[in-house]
Design a protein around this ligand. Structure first.
Ligand SMILES: [Zn+2]
Ligand SMILES: [Zn+2]
Length: 259
């Protein structure tokens, strides 16, 4: 059985302080590869540093909507520079967060549009963070979707209608540990209906710890609980479900899992 945690923040102190332990526990839970995601220039640089040091880790570079600002040419150049590294497999996380609304919405939109252009230019897939903002997300992303080499809607929080629109654009839908919570009925409905070829799994660690470890910091090994729950909801064999989602991850991020 093989799993990929397609969205973790290994550069956050909760995980960084015991990376070796994180990797050992992940291995025990069949996690073959981890994508560590940048949220600003500094964290993207650190993510790439970690990816360069560990065979089973790849990195992304991007500016999270919580830190959105008009990107300078210098910052765009830094992102371009990071993305020339073969271990940098995607741009993001980028997007819109109207739930927390930590930055003015026009600034969030501008920062998102700028990063989309870089993703198109450097020919790497984009990882999207979208909360309570799908209408604006689609109006920004739809006109450029055909020029993108691929997209992942991470920590998916929409309903089936939103999921269908993402699928129409050819995007992958990444399922977080939230799906294990009893109240996550909308997400559970979405995972039942998704075509398997578009499903990815993630922890978003150190956040969003799945049942039964809720309350503790999340870590990549816990993607196993998410896999178990989603396979159960879909009525699929756990092994083949995990392997298929790992094949999906290998395809979108261009990583090798030694199959
Ligand atoms: Zn996010
Ligand atoms: Zn994240």
């Amino acid at each position: 059985m093989k799993l990929v945690d397609t969205h973790a923040h290994l550069d956050f102190p909760e995980l960084l302080q015991d990376l070796e332990g994180v990797f050992v526990r992940a291995r025990k839970c069949f996690v073959e590869h981890i994508i560590t995601v940048g949220i600003d220039i500094e964290s993207s640089t650190n993510a790439l540093k970690i990816a360069r040091s560990f065979h089973s880790v790849s990195a992304t570079a991007g500016v999270h909507p919580h830190g959105a600002h008009e990107l300078s040419e210098k910052e765009i150049d830094l992102i371009r520079g990071l993305s020339s590294d073969p271990k940098l497999v995607a741009l993001g996380e980028m997007g819109l967060d109207y739930y927390r609304d930590r930055q003015p919405r026009p600034i969030q939109r501008r920062c998102f549009e700028q990063q989309l252009e870089v993703a198109i230019e450097v020919r790497k897939p984009a990882i999207f963070h979208v909360r309570d903002a799908f209408e604006d997300f689609f109006s920004i992303v739809r006109p450029v979707a055909s020029r993108l080499v691929g997209g992942v809607v991470h920590c998916f929080s929409g309903d089936w209608e939103v999921a269908k629109k993402c699928l129409d654009l050819g995007f992958y839908i990444s399922i977080p540990g939230i799906v294990t919570y009893p109240k996550a009925l909308v997400l559970q409905d979405v995972v039942k209906k998704l075509p398997i070829e578009n499903v990815l799994l993630e922890t978003d660690s150190p956040f969003l710890t799945p049942f039964p470890h809720r309350g503790k910091p999340n870590e990549p090994s816990y993607v196993f609980y998410t896999a178990e729950k989603v396979a159960q909801i879909r009525g699929e064999d756990l092994d083949s479900f995990c392997n298929q989602t790992s094949i999906n991850a290998a395809r979108i991020f261009g990583i090798s899992l030694d199959y």
